[in-house]
Design a protein around this ligand. Structure first.
Ligand SMILES: Cc1cc2nc3c(=O)[nH]c(=O)nc-3n(C[C@H](O)[C@H](O)[C@H](O)COP(=O)(O)OP(=O)(O)OC[C@H]3O[C@@H](n4cnc5c(N)ncnc54)[C@H](O)[C@@H]3O)c2cc1C
Length: 394
């Protein structure tokens, strides 16, 4: 389905072409032409002063040809010349779901100069890895990546498509869902298959107070994103195959060209992959005091985390935020200093193996998830603790 142009009313003024966020409209000499890339967002409808564009009536929710969709896919993320760790986590989840349904499992890898990287994905349960290797995919762009993935989905029709809730996944996966006119559940914490064979997509809802399980009974594929380190990667080597896919050149056509990528310090990756995280909360009172947390993290060779309050105060960038609207982490050691333990924070760190909490309030909810609780004034405890570590005392 796509937006409809009334040729009697259209004046070929070109305004719709300018506002279309996915570049789905071109204008001929006489009228606007809408391509299959249309996501039915309605921007063109709202801006057309001649009321020449309308959206088609959406049906009553009748299923698409669901039976013709088969198999579970994981989108494998290619970043800075390597496959991102989340890809293996997703692939293991996809394998588990595929086994439960008795269907095949595939990974999709997009990038440039991928060489033998795809075969590594076969060790994590893929029956097939679809590889698109093209210069236009050297750097991530929403347009090229979404068109490639959509094209592959249209060709092979997987019933389930999983992707990482990373900066890349969050950027283009909603666009893919819109182009395929299917549903997407973001930031899932659990995935399963229902008795009817549907994907059960569980995620925190209502500020983290309930866990909602969402299904997508009509649209295909059923799409979900999962944050890094929520699922566990499981080695499961298969006699799978790597399939190199050639797509039409227009798929790679983009309106933006990335000239250069200047990497910033990737604190996000550090946080999600860290074995030790020292996190600070509003109990630290001001930005200067947060330096204690950073010092402790340095001594432990760990990463710095923070509650949302601290981020909102502007003491640290949002890339350090742990929780529902920040990073999900699962280090071996998570130390929470002056953090109350609101549910929105807990959902982001409850997968940690050992949690040490420092709080002066013995009733603070953080102690409910702590393996070791220190009821103390942090301004007394933390400097003394740092001093003892520096002196090499245990
Ligand atoms: C939709 C939504 C999403 C959210 N997402 C997130 C998220 O992703 N991550 C997140 O963290 N929050 C999130 N929040 C906010 C969350 O609800 C809390 O407000 C926040 O986590 C509180 O941060 P805090 O623990 O640092 O501050 P506070 O709740 O103010 O707690 C400060 C703690 O420090 C202790 N303290 C104070 N002084 C001392 C001292 N001298 N010594 C020792 N202890 C001391 C206090 O006893 C208290 O327990 C979200 C909220 C909403 C509504």
């Amino acid at each position: 389905m796509k937006a409809l142009v009334d040729l009697q009313k259209c004046t070929a003024c070109g305004v719709c072409q300018d506002v279309c966020p996915v570049g789905a409209i071109t204008v001929s000499e006489t009228h606007a032409v809408v391509s299959d890339d249309c996501t039915l967002c309605g921007m063109c409808v709202d801006t057309c002063e001649f009321q020449a564009i309308t959206l088609p009536e959406v049906g009553s929710g009748a299923p698409t040809d669901a039976a013709s969709y088969r198999g579970v896919w994981a989108f494998a993320e290619w970043r800075h010349g390597r496959v991102h760790a989340v890809s293996y986590e997703l692939l293991s989840a996809a394998r588990r779901l595929a086994d439960k349904k008795g269907v095949s499992c595939a990974a999709v890898l997009l990038g440039e100069n991928l060489r033998d990287r795809a075969s590594e994905l076969l060790r994590y349960g893929a029956d097939v890895v679809y590889v698109v290797d093209h210069p236009a995919l050297r750097h991530f762009t929403d347009e090229a990546y979404s068109r490639c993935l959509v094209e592959l989905v249209r060709r092979h029709k997987p019933e389930i498509l999983l992707a990482g809730a990373t900066s890349i996944g969050r950027s283009f996966i909603p666009r893919v869902a819109a182009m395929l006119q299917t549903g997407l559940t973001a930031d899932c914490t659990d995935l399963d298959i229902s008795d009817e064979g549907l994907l059960l997509q569980t995620r925190p809802a209502f500020g983290g107070n309930v866990m909602a399980t969402i299904i997508c009974p009509y649209g295909r594929p059923q799409m979900a994103t999962v944050r890094p380190r929520v699922m566990r990667p499981v080695l499961d080597p298969r006699n799978g195959r790597v399939e190199s896919v050639t797509l039409p050149e227009e798929v790679f056509r983009t309106r933006v060209q990335v000239l250069q990528v200047i990497p910033e310090e990737d604190t996000t990756a550090k946080l999600s992959e860290a074995e030790v995280i020292i996190s600070g909360g509003r109990g630290l009172q001001k930005a200067e005091n947060f330096r204690m947390v950073e010092e402790l993290a340095r001594l432990f060779k760990g990463a710095v985390g923070a509650s949302r309050s601290v981020v909102e105060e502007g003491w640290v960038p949002v890339s350090h935020q742990v929780g529902q609207t920040g990073q999900t982490v699962s280090p071996t050691l998570y130390m929470a200093i002056g953090i109350s333990g609101a549910i929105q924070h807990i959902v982001g760190m409850q997968g940690s193996k050992i949690v040490v909490a420092v709080n002066k309030d013995p009733e603070a909810p953080i102690f409910d998830v702590a393996s070791c609780g220190v009821v103390a004034d942090l301004f007394e405890f933390v400097p003394a603790f740092i001093e003892r570590i520096r002196r090499g005392e245990s």
